[in-house]
Design a protein around this ligand. Sequence first.
Ligand code: UD1
Ligand code: CA
Length: 469
Amino acid sequence: MRLGIAIMAAGKGTRLKSKRAKVLHEIGGKPLLRHVIAAAAQVVPTRDILAIVGHQAEAVESAVRDTGVRFAVQEKQRGTGHAMQCAEQETRGYEMLIVLSGDVPLLRPETIVALRDFHLRERAAMTILTAEAANPFGYGRVIRRTPGAPEVAAIVEQKALKPEMEGVREINSGIYAFRRKALYENIGQLRANNPQKEFYLTDMARLLADAGKRVVAIEAAQASEVLGANTIAEMMDLDRAMRMEQARRLMAAGVTIFRPETVTIDVGVEVGADTTIEPFVQLLGETTIGSDCRIRSWTVLENATVGDRVLVRQSCAISESRIEKGAVIGPFAHVRPGSHIGEDAHVGNFVETKKTRLGKGSKANHLTYLGDAEVGAGTNIGAGTITCNYDGVNKLTTVIGEGVFIGSDSALVAPVTIGDRAYVAAGSVITDDVPADALALGRSRQVNKLLWARNRRAQKEGRKSGSTK
Ligand code: UD1
Ligand code: CA
């Protein structure tokens, strides 16, 4: 039996009031559609997944193209039934189709498998995944042939509900299994006879049932996993649920997360055991954190790789960078893309790094900018040191060797190289390379004018007493 999975993702999402297509909106740090594809890919190979795109098709396709799914285009969005009509060619060769909604992102692969198995066991033409909803408002309701029976007579959309159906709490999840032949032999009979003038896939239930085909329903194990995201508020509810799930998974693996409801963790993030995450931390993108670390409050890590035993003090912004084991960062450090902070190195308060390698055990502890710099091991960068890496046109490199001492408030004008074990005197402007083991003084000499201050005071006093007489 060949199984294909079609994901309906062509809709605009009018209820979001957003310029961006609905399936591109993110929860857990990833577009809705990526979550649905990820679940489907646990059940079938990605080449057997078809995304039906339409509204902002190009943007949607490029957001998920790397997954390897195929695409069908629904030029005009004339309803979910019409979306499946547009998938007819692309789904040839499958005997069974599972249809998913691009805006139902919490669906678990286990539930897709349960739907598949139930559909096959029941030898059904159409199987509807349903849930018992606490608040069914807005969803299509599933009308069973007789209460408790697996057979379904129809799905009735919210707007078409008759008063006697108000009590039905079993909702249509928008997720189905079809015998493909039964779907496409009958789909032409769908009519857009509803207020939206759309072709509803939900009408296939009544259509097939009336044609004597078997239409059944299976309830999802957890109602929460079939919740749809039609408004920003609903989407943020799903985001919260997904992130809490992610936090629980990490805690189960030995990570301490204080006040997990305040922490924002994307679904791709990994954290090692015995690491502590303090309140209001954000761990985003493909961030990986080792064991025995502490990430203090208000820090945001994005696509960062952090080794073991790292301490990130409060309020740091760290992105697209690598931090080796034992390093200490912050508070208030800005570690920008392309930074590589070595083992046991320190990046202190109000220090900014960009495309910079800081060697093992090196320290830049206060008020410093290191951009396009290569710093060897065991080097001390004094407070207020600035690499002048930009000449207005090009970005230029500063190379600092091992065991170097850069005195406070020095400006290193790139391109420039400071040799191993060299000293740069405080307050220097370094424009020429400094040889290894040398001392560089790049400032004008100090001049002391003796008694200058006292004489000035005396002059002032003289003027004052002159004027009062
Ligand atoms: C749909 C169901 C409803 C169910 C609910 C569950 C219909 C008519 N109703 O309603 O019974 O309870 O899902 O979440 O199907 N789409 C297209 N092309 C279109 C229209 C929609 O690809 O022309 C896609 C959307 O991008 C979305 C999915 O189909 O991913 C569902 O569409 P949506 O408009 O959200 O349907 P609901 O009103 O939620
Ligand atoms: Ca929906």
